[in-house]
Design a binder for this molecule. Structure first.
Ligand code: SF4
Length: 322
């Protein structure tokens, strides 16, 4: 079974008052993630792409163990995380770390960056107290920061440097997987490229695997081995990255590709996807993309398309692929 995630939606005060008198809709539920199966191999980079509100951040938080799924299993090293013993659970919690979009919000402004980076290795007993200074210096060097800046506070760094601090802090617990949620979205284009290079250096040197969540296919194209395209809580297409960018099979993927801005600042044709992302509280029936799809047929409004293999390692959920 795949991962499911539902959220209860609390009604506003006005809606709650109206509900007491039987007016308006009953309180709803958001089905944020639907039947998602996600496999991440050691050392692999998987890009997870979709528009804002499609459920990709929720899926990332579930993968990182920050949010529990409503149904389905998270397995780490082949074992179900929920039934692991204490040692296994600790290995999962340290082994999968998350890097968020806003590094300033991830750092305590009153804690010196050296202390922030050294906290987790100290608390978890990963390094002895006598070796902590060397450990922090090594982590800062590893991410391209001068260790002599360790006594500074987060506000004394640029946005790119702050993201490097967050990455150094994550590396302190010797993870095997980084879940990066829009981790370069807040950075200037040139700084984005530098941080992406850092991610790839870490992968090469430490064998890290990444679940790289982004709304930007240009960013994912640079680093992913495999790409998953998400729409309204479902994965609608999955393929090796090169294959997906050359031969996208799903109309939604093709629409996203029409929007790709280039990382070097040049511009490509910009064709916005027609219409708004529907509310996940009230998703369209059949194929959820049908109200916006230029190829929609009558069957698309009534029948949900099942995933079909279109090439080795490449599948798409669209009636056109039947
Ligand atoms: Fe478009 Fe129909 Fe394919 Fe959905 S199933 S993407 S509506 S053609």
């Amino acid at each position: 079974m795949g991962i499911e995630k539902r959220f209860g939606v609390h009604p506003s005060a006005a809606a709650a008052w109206m509900a007491r008198f039987g007016i308006g809709n009953p309180p709803g539920e958001v089905h944020a993630v639907r039947h998602v199966e996600l496999l991440l191999h050691a050392g692999e980079v998987v890009g997870l792409v979709g528009e804002s509100g499609c459920g990709k951040s929720t899926l990332g938080r579930i993968a990182a163990g920050i949010a529990p799924p409503s149904e389905g299993e998270i397995r780490y090293g082949g074992e179900n995380v929920l039934t692991m013993d204490r040692a296994g659970r600790r290995a999962f919690e340290l082994g999968v770390q998350m890097v968020f979009q806003n590094p300033f919000a991830s750092l305590n402004p009153r804690i010196r960056v050296g202390d922030a980076i050294g906290e987790a290795p100290r608390v978890h007993g990963i390094v002895a107290k006598a070796e902590l200074d060397d450990c922090v210096a090594g982590l800062m060097q590893r991410v391209g920061l001068d260790p002599s800046y360790r006594h500074r506070f987060p506000h004394q760094f640029s946005g790119g440097q702050r993201q490097r601090i967050v990455i150094a802090r994550a590396l302190g617990v010797r993870p095997k997987v980084l879940v990066c949620d829009e981790a370069v979205a807040a950075l200037d284009v040139s700084v984005q490229a530098q941080v992406l290079n850092l991610f790839m250096d870490l992968r090469r040197d430490m064998g890290l695997a990444y679940l790289f969540i982004s709304h930007n296919l240009a960013v994912v194209e640079r680093i992913a081995d495999r790409v998953l395209i998400m729409y309204l809580g479902r994965i609608v297409e999955a393929a090796p990255a090169r294959e997906l960018f050359i031969r996208p099979a799903h109309p939604y993927t093709r629409a996203l590709l029409d929007e790709v801005p280039s990382l070097d600042g040049g511009s490509r044709t910009y064709v916005p996807i027609k219409g708004e992302l529907p509310s996940p509280m009230n998703p369209p029936g059949g194929c959820a993309f049908h109200p916006r799809c230029p190829h929609a047929m009558p069957v698309c409004a009534t029948e949900s398309p099942q995933p079909k293999t279109v090439a080795p390692g490449h599948w798409s959920a669209c009636h056109l692929n039947s």
